[in-house]
Design a protein around this ligand. Structure first.
Ligand SMILES: C[S@@+](CC[C@H](N)C(=O)[O-])C[C@H]1O[C@@H](n2cnc3c(N)ncnc32)[C@H](O)[C@@H]1O
Length: 319
């Protein structure tokens, strides 16, 4: 079965679906740095058909997209996040309307199923009206049977990251819908040490000689904890897992999670962020600024959670 990967970023959803037996026939994003990472991992220069199509989805007609069975899309979450502008379907850049591009493509192509992913706050945004409008479009206008659930990576992906996301799965066929269920919880057996690189971490990630060190060392004392510097104070995560990796974690004021290693206090490296999202060890990181990589992994998905949902979609469709 074929799928398309909209708002593909660096292909986290793609890896999950391919591991569950699906084949990707089209992917799109408008971020040129995401394309660099994506193409490095999924295509060679001469394999034009495997490369991400770079461009604004709003300008891509459905007729330019090959036929497929499943539409996947972790559509941009800014307008829906409590941390964002709380502007519902439209933020100042017109983002949010992108949901209606998903509707447009579903309407034109009528795939068997879809998976949409977003921040948990989509559920409560604008007193539930945002999600209500989304579901009305998917169910009443397009005729899909839809299930919605919030899953936390640490409960459903056996990854030590506290990441709650909403997953919206729809089927055209009611029998497939009846057969589908979201995955069950799994025991968390991995610890943060399974995701940390204990050796050979470049010294640029350490705070040891930096002005902030004196402040940090008073608080960052445990080896089994991930901390965060929140502009003025250190936040300790009590549950021994990594806090939600976010797109803005590499930018001014919003710092990357911190850990104490044998050598000192340091940020997570981009590779460690990849590990906390369940990217495979052979996933390549391009030689671009760390700020781009932090954004890409913060924006991406927890691959084991996606893979488990994809497996259940596969079972539901291949009866
Ligand atoms: C939440 S991220 C999805 C990340 C992806 N699921 C992954 O695994 O990396 C949303 C993505 O939508 C892209 N995006 C936002 N607006 C877009 C547009 N108008 N057209 C195409 N892509 C867009 C962003 O560049 C970003 O990579």
């Amino acid at each position: 079965m074929k799928f398309i990967d909209l708002f593909a970023g660096i292909g986290g959803i793609k890896i999950g679906f391919e591991n569950a037996g699906f084949r990707c026939v089209f992917s799109n994003d408008f971020d040129e740095y995401a394309k660099i990472t994506y193409d490095l991992n999924f295509s060679e220069i001469f394999e034009a058909d495997k490369q991400m199509v770079l461009g604004d989805i709003q300008k891509i007609p459905a007729s330019k997209i090959p036929d497929f069975n499943i539409l996947c899309g972790g559509f941009p979450c800014q307008p829906f996040s409590i941390a964002g502008y709380k502007q519902g379907f439209k933020d100042e850049n017109g983002r949010g309307n992108l949901f209606f591009d998903i509707v447009r493509i579903l309407k034109a192509k009528q795939p068997n199923a879809f998976l949409l992913e977003n921040v948990k706050n989509l559920k409560t945004h604008d007193k539930g009206n945002t999600l209500r409008i989304i579901l009305e479009n998917l169910e009443k206008k397009l005729g899909y049977f839809v299930k919605v659930k919030v899953l936390n990576t640490m409960e459903y992906g056996n990854l030590p990251q506290n990441r709650e996301r909403i997953y919206i799965v729809g089927f055209l066929d009611q029998k497939a819908y009846d057969k589908f269920s979201f995955p069950e919880k799994v025991k968390l057996t991995k610890t943060i040490h399974d995701c940390l690189e204990e050796k050979n971490v470049d010294e640029k990630y350490y705070y040891n000689d930096k002005p902030l060190y004196e402040v940090l060392k008073k608080e960052v004392k445990k080896r089994n904890t991930v901390y965060q510097w929140r502009r003025k104070y250190v936040r300790e995560n009590k549950n021994n897992v990594c806090p939600t990796l976010t797109a803005n974690m590499g930018m001014g004021g919003h710092n990357v999670p911190l850990v104490l290693s044998g050598i000192g206090i340091r940020k997570l490296t981009p590779r460690e962020c990849a590990n906390f999202q369940g990217f495979p060890k052979n996933y390549k990181l391009p030689d671009i600024a760390d700020s781009h990589l932090y954004k890409q992994f913060g924006n991406s998905v927890s691959i084991p959670v996606i893979q488990r949902i994809a497996q259940n979609i596969n079972n539901a469709l291949t009866n």
